[in-house]
Write a protein that binds this ligand. Structure first.
Ligand code: ATP
Ligand code: SF4
Ligand code: MG
Length: 351
């Protein structure tokens, strides 16, 4: 395969600029918890006991260009958070590569990661858990500013924290209060301010609004989107909520059992999802009910990604599966610029 071919397989043209993030063949397996599941399985073919593992992320390829807001969407347990933790260096991959701004970062030690920590920030689902309960809001914001700008005088650090509080909509009169004195939405605002305090360029947000009241979710998403415009941020946002995706995403990656089955611009995916799983996932969307792709009902339930089956991981639930799907894992193919899909039926023109 020539370099140009391999770029085509990744779903982008050969002259695209270096992506801010590039992930290639990324995999993470976890040992099974021995108290909950038997970690060994008797393999009839080799007549030997084999250790079973959870294939949480299984050969993921992904690119994020500067300015993208990429949403990773998929059912619970499909590996979204594991992928986020691999990308941000909180987990080490079993195989594969993570390149940040052209530099390989997956093998770095904690101290080698330090320069990237400022550029790449993470926001979690539970803002209470990510805020130190012993710090006031002001202390929580001034701490990272001081850490990254050791030479700044106190007044400048204070002004910078004040500006952040104003930006995220926290009343300055509340700056001496502790995290537990705020509502969930306000806590998430503080967590966002803390992430922004070091002037990052890339933010990975793992379900940042799913723990919040519906009435507050849009406010927090709008805050993140405003910050994107004002600070020229790039986002990877994880969610299982398609309303969040529609509101937020410029690009969407659909994940199933540790793999990415479809990657496309948000408009393209919502207008015409091609992968059977994307179709099923989006079937509840009003736009799809109006139109193009027929809604697809899934058989069965998603399984744990323990020793995934041969061939396509979706085949047990897919109405288009055939014998090739049983044998051969579908590789990502480029459908059009920026649109990539891993499905034999699409490749063969069956759907
Ligand atoms: N530290 C761990 N040890 C063992 N198994 C793990 C660990 N972390 C995740 N897993 C397993 O890996 C799989 C993927 O988990 P992950 O948390 O990445 O999924 P997710 O898509 O984020 O799910 P959710 O939407 O529920 O947050 C799951 O089967 C999970 O049980
Ligand atoms: S590869 Fe086969 S089983 Fe997998 S989604 Fe496509 S048609 Fe269905
Ligand atoms: Mg998760």
């Amino acid at each position: 395969m020539t370099p140009a071919d391999s770029l085509q397989t990744l779903g982008r043209a050969a002259d695209t600029p270096t992506p801010l993030l590039r992930v290639q063949g990324l995999s993470k397996r976890f040992a099974l918890h021995p108290e909950r599941l038997l970690p060994w399985r008797f393999d009839k073919r080799s007549r030997a006991w084999r250790r079973q593992r959870i294939h949480a992320v299984n050969g993921v390829d992904l690119e994020i260009q500067r300015g993208d807001a990429l949403c990773v969407v998929g059912e619970s347990g499909c590996g979204k958070s594991t992928l986020a933790r691999l990308i941000t260096g909180l987990l080490t991959p079993c195989s594969g590569e993570v390149h940040y701004d052209g530099q390989r970062v997956d093998h770095l030690t904690a101290s080698q990661w330090r320069p990237y920590r400022r550029r790449l920030q993470m926001i979690f689902q539970n803002p209470f858990a990510s805020l130190n309960p012993r710090l006031t809001v002001r202390q929580a914001l001034e701490e990272p500013i001081r850490l990254h700008h050791g030479d700044w005088p106190r007044a400048r650090v204070r002004d910078s924290a004040d500006a952040l509080m104003t930006d995220v909509g926290i009343d300055l009169g509340w700056s001496e209060r502790f995290a537990h004195e705020f509502s969930g939405g306000q806590r998430q605002r503080i967590a966002i301010a803390r992430a922004l305090s070091v002037d990052p360029e890339f933010i990975v947000a793992d379900e940042p609004v799913s723990a919040l009241d519906v009435s507050v979710q849009a406010q927090i998403l709008n805050l993140l989107m405003d910050a994107q415009v004002e600070r020229r941020l790039t986002y990877l946002l994880i969610t299982h909520d398609l309303a969040v995706v529609e509101h937020f995403a410029t690009r969407v990656a659909v994940m199933y059992l540790g793999t990415i089955c479809e990657l496309a611009d948000a408009d393209t995916l919502f207008a015409n999802p091609r992968h059977p799983y994307s179709r099923a996932l989006l079937a509840a969307s009003p736009r799809l009910q109006d139109g193009h792709a027929p809604p697809l009902r899934l058989n069965g339930e998603t399984s744990m990604p323990i020793e995934p089956p041969s061939g396509c991981v979706f085949r047990a639930r897919c109405p288009h599966a055939n014998s090739r799907c049983q044998r051969e894992r579908p590789l990502p193919q480029r459908l059009s610029e920026g649109h990539r899909i891993a499905c034999h039926a699409v490749e063969e023109g069956r759907i």
